[in-house]
Design a protein around this ligand. Structure first.
Ligand code: DNO
Length: 408
């Protein structure tokens, strides 16, 4: 059997690329075997239009390295759209203009998220695993220390057990002021691809802007966003993919609306269109024990437009770390199988866009990467992601071969 045969109908392999300043260059991505990148114009401030010429330049850069730009990750949603205040008509028009420009350049998928204030959150970017490699880690006690002692968010204690509050205080006291400062930056400097130099007062101000939102307010604001952007996506042949909350439970006393199957279903109902789809992020969703990942792939399959594959290991105290791609709490073979089946269904239905693209999401810092100077975006090391991609590629091939063998 020819393992590179197009008849195996495998998903497209992608890597995230943060642009010309990414310490992992396009050439390495190609050497890892990926054929596409998920990329964005990180230099453009949130809320501004992405000019078509700048999109084209970025695309040409990617293509000149022998890769394709098939998915934008992300066109960020401005905080005013999430809070429902400010010059919404201008912001929504800017977003739809950006979609039109991307569509005109032939880029079909856009990922975005609707997480208030912060994108993904971890409490340790260099958690050392028994084999000496490093991964990202979330510990609720340390996050409690951030909320209660660093941010001093009123009422934060009420979101934790007495034991967690006590442990958080003890842990916070064990840090000297340099370590406290470093820990705070770990939490607030997590906007992928950009360094904003935010401080605690900035976060307090951002949080205050959500204070007026009643129950359901964030969902209403997402519905307003979808009402504006989905018709434009439909008209231009663009597919939008919302990224789940990471972690998939409430933090900082803020609402979360994309953490569970029921919530994703609600998002789909807000605009009942194939253009209103999902970025299936296995790692994010897996940090919640009641998310059944293979079942979620099956439930949302027709509207999955982008895929992030990684795993987390949940621990009894509510913490989790990012495990190897084929280890941890995610039943990756069943997830991969469900994705392959969705591709087969799309092909049978005669869809030309049957092929899904996945990227190995995050990777451990390991081997030579451990000795590199700081500069790698947390989670986006080269070697660890390449290991993940290689393992996922092998898994998909194995599943395909097993199917072919069963048929013959
Ligand atoms: C983290 C990423 C997220 C994702 C955005 C999408 O590594 O998966 O930052 O790109 O949330 O908008």
């Amino acid at each position: 059997m020819n393992l590179s045969s197009p008849d195996l109908f495998l998903p497209e392999e992608a890597f995230r690329w943060f642009g010309p300043n990414d310490p992992v260059p396009l050439a390495f991505i190609r050497q890892a075997g990926a054929t596409a990148v998920f990329s964005a114009l990180h230099q453009i401030p949130y809320g501004e239009v992405w000019p078509r010429a700048t999109i084209r330049e970025h695309k040409e850069l990617i293509e000149s390295a022998g890769l394709r730009w098939t998915c934008v990750e992300s066109v960020p949603v401005h905080e005013d759209i999430k809070t429902g205040r400010g010059d919404l008509p201008r912001l929504l028009k800017n977003y739809t203009d950006t979609l039109c420009h991307l569509a005109a350049e032939g880029i079909p998928v856009v990922i975005y998220n609707f997480m208030p204030v912060l994108d993904w959150i971890r409490t340790d970017m260099n958690h050392i695993l028994p084999d000496g490699s490093q991964c990202l880690h979330f510990n609720p006690v340390r996050f409690a220390a951030f909320e209660i002692h660093a941010l001093q968010r009123p009422g934060a204690e009420a979101d934790y057990t007495a034991e967690q509050v006590n442990s958080a205080a003890a842990w916070w006291r064990s840090l000297d002021s340099t370590a406290q400062g470093k820990f705070i930056q770990t939490i607030i400097d997590v906007f992928p691809g950009c360094k904003w130099g935010l401080n605690l007062d900035d976060i307090r101000a951002m949080l205050a802007r959500y204070a007026h939102l009643r129950n359901g307010g964030l969902a209403e604001n997402l519905a307003r966003f979808l009402e504006a952007v989905i018709p434009v996506a439909e008209a231009t042949g663009m597919r939008l993919a919302i990224h789940p909350d990471d972690p998939p439970f409430p933090v900082l006393g803020l609402p979360r609306i994309v953490s569970t199957a029921a919530q994703i279903e609600t998002v789909f109902q807000m605009a009942d269109s194939p253009a209103n789809g999902l970025c299936f992020c296995a790692g994010s969703l897996s940090a919640r024990p009641d998310n059944d990942l293979p079942a979620m792939v099956k439930q949302f399959a027709p509207r999955i437009h982008a895929v992030h594959l990684r795993s987390t290991q949940r621990l009894p105290d509510g913490s989790f770390f990012e495990a190897d791609h084929l280890a941890g709490s995610v039943p990756m073979p069943a997830v991969a199988q469900a994705l392959l089946e969705e591709q087969d269904r799309r092909r049978k239905a005669g869809r030309t866009d049957w092929q899904l693209a996945f990227r190995p999401d995050h990777g451990h810092v390991m081997m030579d990467d451990l000795a590199k100077p700081p500069g790698i975006t947390p989670g986006y090391s080269c070697i660890g992601r390449m290991r993940g991609l290689a393992e996922l590629r092998g898994l998909m091939l194995g599943l395909r071969c097993a199917k072919t063998a069963a048929v013959n």
